[in-house]
Design a protein around this ligand. Structure first.
Ligand code: PRP
Length: 179
């Protein structure tokens, strides 16, 4: 579990993230003006991203959380997505924005979008901090992306390694030697 902090390669610094979230927040504030924005954050990974992102949004916004699980404690996706805890509300008339920390295979986002669509939202879009398009198992292009990243194992700013390091305020790469 101890990975050598001295060797961490930072992919997105605190400054990079702050700057990009401001841009995303401004874009969302324009796009969701006069709409009924309802952010649904996927736990656990997106709790930090969602908390910071909504504070950059200047239009009214409701927020709720769904807990999903796909990886367990493995580095690779298990391939099946479980909704561990759901919202109970009907989403009729809301413009839903599903917020996640990363889209990798896209199995999680696709599953959640299909699931929430059954609750009749007026619209549904996705917003991810990190997009790793090289790893797709299902076709999906997130509507809003913080950073498009290469196929590296990334940790920090909500993303975990063995359920630790979510509190690190930047995103760093864990190499083969670290594992
Ligand atoms: C991670 C991450 C995304 C998902 C992305 O969640 O937070 O939700 O995997 O992977 P995918 O695009 O291949 O589906 P994880 O299940 O590890 O749980 P966590 O949110 O608790 O970190």
């Amino acid at each position: 579990m101890d990975i050598d902090k001295k060797a961490w390669e930072i992919l997105c610094s605190e400054g990079d993230i702050k700057k990009r979230l401001k841009e995303l927040g401004q874009q969302l504030s324009v796009d969701y003006k006069d709409k009924k924005l309802y952010v649904i954050s996927l736990l656990k990974g997106s709790f930090i991203f969602a908390a910071d992102l909504v504070r950059e949004i200047s239009v009214p916004v409701k927020i709720n959380f769904i807990t999903t699980s796909s990886y367990g404690h493995d580095l690779e996706s298990s391939g099946s997505v479980e909704i561990v805890s759901d919202i109970t509300e009907d989403l009729t008339s809301y413009d839903v924005l599903v917020v996640d920390d990363i889209t990798d295979s896209a199995l999680t986002m696709k599953h959640v979008m299909e699931h929430l669509n059954k609750k009749n939202p007026a619209s549904i879009k996705s917003c991810v901090l990190l997009d790793k398009p090289e790893r797709r198992k299902v076709e999906l292009v997130p509507d809003y992306v913080g950073f498009t990243i290469p196929d590296k194992f990334v940790v920090g700013y909500g993303l975990n390694y063995g359920d630790y390091y979510r509190n690190i305020p930047y995103v760093f790469i864990v190499t083969e030697e670290d594992r």
